[in-house]
Each structure stands twice: as C-alpha cells, then as structure tokens.
Ligand binder design. Structure first.
Ligand code: NAD
Length: 533
C-alpha cells in the first residue's frame, strides 16, 4: 500500500505545535552546539573549528563544527568499505525497518528539533521548515522504502521448464553523496536513498546546512543505522572530491547543487575513468531558471499568487523558484498593481518572528552575488526595478523581494540562476503567445520547472506540448514550486541535471545492480537440435 504524505502542521498562534516549536527554538538558541563528523558512527573531532551562524542575525553563533582533512576523508571511505559486507547481507525488509523508524523519529520526537535547526541555521520560516525538514524528509524515507519493495517485485517471465529471477544488489564500492544548503530533506535523502538499497556512503553536507545535517545524522543513528553505513565528513568540497573520486572503489555520485560544481565533478570522474573497478553511476540534480507563463485568459489574482509564492518563498532559494515570468500585455497593468500591493504587505525579518514571510539569504557570498545583479539593473537601460531593490547585510543577509521589468527578454536575469528573491518579468503582446513559447524554451540552459496559468484549454495544450523539453516538472494553473514526494517526482533535464526524479523508483534504480538468474529444470543432455536430422 502506498504510504500517505506526512501531514503538514500549520503552526497557528496558540497551537500545540507552535508552542513546541517555540520551545525548540529557545533550546537551540540557548546552546552553542558542538558538531563532530560521524565516521563509523563515532563522533570525530579535530582542532580546526568552523562556526554556524544565523543568516538572519549573523553575530549569533548556533554551533561550532570540526573540520576534517584528507585523513578523515580516507577514514570515511575505509569505514564505509568495512561496513559493506555486513550491511548488504541484511534483507531489504531489515534495512527498510531502520528507515521507517527514522521516519517516525523525524515525524515525532525529532520534528521540532529538525524544524528549529532548519529555521535558525538556514533561515526558513516555520512553514518552509515544516514542509522541508519534517514532512519531506519523512516522505523520502517512507516512500523510498515503498518503492524499494515494489522494485524488487519487478521480475522477468519464466517459460516452461525454468524459473527466471532477477536479484537487486547494491553497487560494488561506496557512493559519495554531496548535498546543498537549501533543503534539509534533500541532505538527508541523498545519503539515505543509496544506503537503504544496501550501499555504503560517504556524505559531505554543505557547511551552511550543518546544524540540521547533524540532527539528521543523530536520528539515523538512533534509528539503528549500523556503523559505517553513512559517514558524514565535514571538509571543503575539493578535499573530499579529489580523494573520493580518485578511489578505485568509487561507485556512484549522488549530488544536488549548482550546475557548475556538478560539471566539475563529472569532469573529474571522466578523467579518473581508468582507475575505477566499475563505471560509476552519476546522479546530479542542479540549477534552474524556472518560468511562469501567463496567458491572456488567466485570472490575475492566481497569477499574482503564483508569482509571489513561487518567487519569494524561502527568498527564492529553491531550485524550483520562479525567477522569470512572461506576462501578457492585456493583463500587465492589473498584474503589476496587485503584485506591488501584495509585496507591500509582505514582512521581511528574523525567523523567530512568525509574521515574517521573507527571511535572510544564506550567507554573505550569496548576498553579494545576488545584490551585484540588482546593482547592474540600476545601471542598465534594458531592465528596471519595479519593486524592492534594497538590501542590507549589517545584521542579517536581507534582500527585499525584488521585481525587475526586462525590456530585453534575453537580459541576464532572464537567463541566469540568481538563487535569491529576485523575479524578472517580460511583458509580451498577446498575439505573440506562440513565439513566447519558443522564447521560453530557448532563453536559458536550464530545464527544471515551469508553469502556465490560463483558462483557455487550447493555450494550455499548446504550451504543454511546446515546452516538453523546457521543464522536468511542469505545472498547469499552479506555481512552479512545492513538489511533493510520491505526487510530483522531481528533477529536470538539460543543465538542470540527470533528471533521475528523487523520491521515486527511477532514482532508486540508479543505486542497484541487477543479476538475472535462470534455472533450467530438465537440462538437455544431447547437443543435437532436431533440425540437424
Ligand atoms: P553548490 O553547488 O555551491 O554546493 C553544493 C555542494 O557541493 C556543497 O556541499 C558544496 O560544499 C559542494 N562542493 C562545492 N564544490 C565542490 C567540489 N569541488 N567538490 C566537492 N564538493 C563541492 O550549491 P548550493 O549553493 O549548496 O545549492 C544551491 C544550488 O543547488 C542551486 O544551483 C540550486 O538550483 C541547486 N539545487 C538543485 C536542486 C534540484 O533538485 N535540481 C535542489 C536543491 C538545490
């Protein structure tokens, strides 16, 4: 039976969950957590320390973490390989039970801790933390268990006098999981999905997600994950990848992050190809330049809501965030007025004030990158800022939700991923709707998500067909964000990744090798076929 998605709690004032979350936030703020690496389930500490700070109040230190060197990377690989035989010898259901327990721990006793860490460490509001750190993580564990068991039911047919079967075994060697800052659930899923299938994993989380990553690791250990199955290494990216990708037993990369880093890792793997025992599996979900297309038949309030939620929830730091919009001239004035008046109501500030819809961007590097784009618009005659455009990093990394109106549909913010609270709109003449479909398809190198808002069924049908390669997740009359595990399997093609749809059986298939076994019951004893007679 298909699991049901973890229900999303609403955190209304005075609700039980609101009080529990407020307590968890206070606990998190009252201690500076010590975050070790976890290698062979042992906490490993070093002399070199880094700090996790609140993006929305950067003088507040939430945790200190221990930074590893080449030695810890080698240790993690050895620890994984040592665990391999015992781990793969467990049955599917024995492994499944550990991840189902992890799901129940995340949904229950760990829920508020995960949410508080994600709110403070990654600057998410309560709702954004809940749908990520609690619900999506739980869904990944439960649905992957379901898909893993279903997968093993896929068996070949058998003729008379034989039985054919296919067994599913983990990859030989270890899997390297490298995860981004923006989703606690993705960080947990990337090592967990291959591990569930019997693989052993070296996991390198992002430095800016370490607070919630450490809690994921604690809950997996409490769920009974044996030592060495997932080894969390804290070290800078190149230190980990130079060693792991040059190891003969490297068998797969499970990556989510930017296209640039993924291309670099792919090149490394290619240049090391003669070293490996197996051709490694390479799975990477990367950047996006996700579009909102409104047709002249669309409802204005629906367009505005899709733009505001799609572009500015979690400060636009979702790979699926709406960042370019194509709006019909016939509706533009109405859309603009409603968009500006909605943005005027939106509050920005610290995550601990629950009335804030928008919080801070992740760190200073991101702040500087995004605001440089905003500054260039201020000097451009191809685009202008019609909302927001102000920013301040004195206390936290705050950038106002910003709307750019581009005269040139190929302006840089229509093409490149900014990964921040910036939406660029292009207004088209209604009669050029078909041309706009080609424009959307050809403007950006990415193809992750996109949506159309329209009431005209012919327009919807045309967009659906013509944009088939432009998005791996296409939404009709909805915003392009908010994919739910089991409901909208997620991933895109072109420069958005290998499109292996995390949280579905398609992804799990990348982490197994299959062996076909044929047994014949009455075995021939004479080589001669009848035709020879
Ligand atoms: P990033 O590429 O900067 O970092 C991702 C991870 O790679 C981090 O852990 C980082 O430390 C590591 N890394 C960087 N250089 C490395 C190297 N040389 N060797 C090994 N590891 C290295 O991405 P980010 O800023 O954490 O996340 C944002 C990006 O992720 C955006 O581009 C976003 O679109 C993408 N993303 C995509 C999806 C998806 O499903 N398609 C989901 C979430 C995020």
């Amino acid at each position: 039976m298909l699991p049901i998605n973890e229900p999303v709690l609403n955190y209304a004032p005075q609700s039980k969950e609101r009080l529990a979350l407020e307590n968890a936030l206070a606990d998190c703020l009252n201690t500076v957590k010590n975050i070790p690496m976890y290698i062979g389930n042992e906490p490993i500490e070093t002399e070199v320390l880094g700090k996790v700070v609140r993006p929305d109040k950067h003088e507040t230190v939430l945790a200190q973490y221990h930074i590893g060197t080449e030695d810890e990377v080698h240790l993690a690989i050895r620890s994984a390989l040592n665990a391999r035989e015992l781990w793969r010898s467990l049955s599917t259901d024995e492994r499944a039970r550990i991840f189902l327990k992890a799901a129940d721990l995340a949904a229950g006793p760990y829920r508020m801790k995960l949410n508080a860490a994600t709110m403070l460490g990654q600057s998410k509001n309560a709702y954004q933390a809940e749908i990520d750190a609690a619900c999506e993580l739980v869904d990944f564990f439960r649905f992957n268990v379901h898909f893993m068991r279903e997968m093993e039911l896929i068996q070949p047919i058998s003729g008379a006098n034989m039985l054919n079967s296919m067994d599913y075994r983990p990859l030989e060697g270890f899997v390297l999981a490298i995860t981004p800052f923006n989703f606690t659930a993705i960080a947990g899923n990337l090592p967990a999905a291959p591990a569930m299938l019997g693989n052993v994993v070296v996991w390198k989380p992002s430095e800016t997600q370490l607070l919630s990553a450490s809690i994921v690791m604690e809950l997996l250990i409490e769920a009974g994950l044996p030592a060495g199955v997932i080894n969390m290494v804290i070290a800078d990216g190149p230190t980990v990848s130079e060693i792991a990708l040059a190891h003969p037993e490297f068998s797969g990369l499970h990556f989510t992050g930017s296209t640039k880093v993924f291309k670099h890792l792919w090149q490394k793997i290619a240049s090391n190809i003669d070293i490996y025992k197996n051709f490694p599996r390479i799975v990477g979900e990367t950047g996006g330049k996700d579009f909102v297309l409104a047709h002249g038949s669309a409802n204005v309030s629906e367009v505005v809501t899709a733009l505001v939620r799609g572009a500015f929830e979690y400060q636009g730091q979702k790979c699926s965030a709406a960042s370019r919009a194509y709006l019909p001239a016939s509706l533009w004035q109405q859309i603009k007025e409603q968009l500006l008046s909605t943005l005027a109501q939106i509050k920005m500030g610290e995550v601990t004030d629950f009335s804030n819809f928008v919080n801070a961007v992740i760190d200073e590097k991101a702040f500087d990158r995004i605001t440089a784009y905003i500054d260039r618009v201020k000097d451009s005659n191809l685009a202008s800022i019609i909302a927001g455009g102000n920013y301040d990093k004195s206390k936290g990394y705050f950038i106002e939700p910003t709307v750019i109106h581009a005269i040139d549909p190929m302006y840089e913010t229509m093409q490149e991923e900014l990964f921040g609270p910036v939406l660029t709109v292009y207004v088209y003449s209604d009669e050029y709707f078909e041309d706009v479909l080609s424009l959307i398809d050809q403007t950006s190198a990415y193809a992750l998500t996109g949506c159309i808002l329209a009431n005209d069924r012919y327009a919807i049908s045309l967009a659906n067909k013509r944009l088939v390669n432009a998005a791996g997740n296409f939404y009709i009359n909805d915003k392009p964000t908010g994919a739910v595990v089991g409901q909208q399997p997620f991933g895109g093609a072109r420069m958005s990744g290998t499109n292996d749809k995390s949280g579905s059986m398609l992804n799990l298939l990348r982490w197994v090798n299959t062996r076909t076994v044929k047994e014949t019951f009455v075995t021939p004893r004479d080589y001669k076929y009848p035709f020879l007679g």
